[in-house]
Design a protein around this ligand. Structure first.
Ligand SMILES: [Zn+2]
Length: 426
């Protein structure tokens, strides 16, 4: 319940109150994870860390970093806290921006709560509860989102209309024109694509007050194109499935405010925090996740650390930039452009045995998929047949799909490894 209290109070907190909360939460989470989650108990025991050693934020560096691949190696019951009703967990399985598919579990309350914290950011940007929100996101077909309660929907609050980013641009534009959203969200790549194909008529009908992007790198180019087309400011959001919100763009300075009442976020290089202005890997601690704790968890994205305080006056730490989540569409022999999510979705669904992957379009008619299975796991021939069929469908018959099993892929996080890209110039 402290979470609720925090959500209400945190916006008015100064630095001191924020850090007192973070310290309190960190202590509680470490004790909880040590007592109830075998993965953390083993990790901390191996490194000689006892819960009583962690008295507050100043002791955070004593905790070993929890690597995603180490978590992947453990059975699920070693990652989830004892004493929760598992059948009610909400699962998110993601292809991962770093090429590691991974599942995250939360209780109903945790899930709603994290959404509420994200919503709070949107409200501060000018969202109204009566707004018609539209999102261009991954998925098949349209859906009216069921996240709000039934009562809220009946009152016409928190309406959200999702359009699949995998549809052709004119189709997405037609649906948005019909819905006439007050706010528009989605992947930068998808919004930039529809912006370049929007007609005068579309622009007249799609007039959002606020546009938010997330999930991939938003380049200055994309931002300008999207903002100019739909006539609204664009705010970028940085999140990860394991955490929901990590940071969000400041409307005054363009820096990213770390969502410090939700997470502790570190930017590290070789086990040490980098100075402001320098690049490192993101390591984060979820302050509201008890069912499946993430403590000093390696997120793997590259980010440039920003100044310790945002010049706008907000009390929290900042990021300057999030790097390396660039999407290449695959140009197919018929000239159409395939978003890699078309392939990643069936991949994570059909290959639960996968540790990592890399998807490379080598030529217009040839795609190479490198697969690194979990240790000691060998997929059965029928699993591979099913996987191949589900990937071949979006590629079409003219494209050859090659599967290559590898022992190891280059480490993510050095800025050079990209989980999906195309060598075809489009
Ligand atoms: Zn700011």
């Amino acid at each position: 319940m402290e979470s609720l209290w925090v959500a209400l109070r945190a916006p008015s907190w100064g630095r001191e109150e924020l850090e007192a909360f973070q310290s309190r939460r960190l202590r509680a989470l470490v004790r909880h994870a040590f007592e109830r989650v075998p993965f953390y108990r083993d990790l901390y025991s191996r490194h000689g860390v006892r819960p009583e050693d962690i008295r507050g934020l100043e002791d955070l560096p004593r905790l070993p970093v929890a690597m995603r691949h180490e978590m992947q190696d453990r059975p699920l019951e070693d990652l989830l806290a004892r004493g929760f009703k598992r059948e009610r967990f909400i699962q998110h399985r993601t292809s991962g921006s770093t090429g590691y598919p991974f599942s995250t579990y939360r209780t109903w309350f945790e899930e709603r709560f994290l959404h509420a914290l994200r919503l709070r950011v949107q409200l501060r940007r000018g969202l109204r509860l009566t707004d018609r929100r539209a999102a261009v996101v991954v998925g098949h077909g349209d859906r009216i989102d069921g996240r709000g309660t039934r009562l809220a929907r009946r009152l016409g609050l928190m309406r959200r209309y999702c359009v699949s980013c995998l549809l052709p641009a004119p189709e997405i534009l037609a649906r948005l024109s019909q819905y006439r959203p007050d706010t528009l969200g989605g992947y930068p790549d998808a919004l930039a694509m529809i912006a370049s194909e929007a007609t005068e008529e579309h622009r007249r009908r799609i007039r959002p007050r606020i546009i938010t992007t997330g999930g991939e790198t938003l380049t200055p180019d994309m931002r300008a194109k999207i903002s100019e087309c739909f006539g609204a400011p664009v705010y970028d959001t940085y999140g990860a499935h394991e955490f929901n919100l990590l940071a969000y763009q400041c409307s005054e300075t363009g820096l990213y405010h770390v969502a410090e009442d939700c997470v502790l976020l570190e930017v590290m290089d070789n086990g040490r925090p980098v100075d402001p202005g320098h690049t490192g890997e993101v390591v984060a601690t979820a302050l509201h996740s008890f069912a499946m704790p993430f403590l000093r968890y390696w997120v793997g994205d590259l980010a440039v650390r920003g100044p310790l305080r945002c010049p706008c006056g907000a009390p929290g730490a900042t990021l300057e930039k999030i790097l390396g989540r660039v999407i290449d569409r695959f140009t197919l022999p018929d000239g159409s452009k395939l978003h890699p999510y078309h392939l990643l979705e069936p991949l994570v669904k059909e290959a639960p045995w996968l540790r990592r992957y890399q998807l490379i379009q080598e030529a217009v008619n040839r795609v190479l998929l490198k697969l690194q299975p979990l240790d000691g796991v060998e997929p059965r021939p029928e699993d591979l047949r099913r996987l191949r069929a589900s990937l071949q469908a979006p590629l079409g018959p003219q494209v050859t799909l090659e599967l290559e099993f590898v022992k190891e892929l280059p480490p993510a996080g050095n800025g050079k490894f990209r989980p999906y890209y195309s060598k075809v110039r489009s």
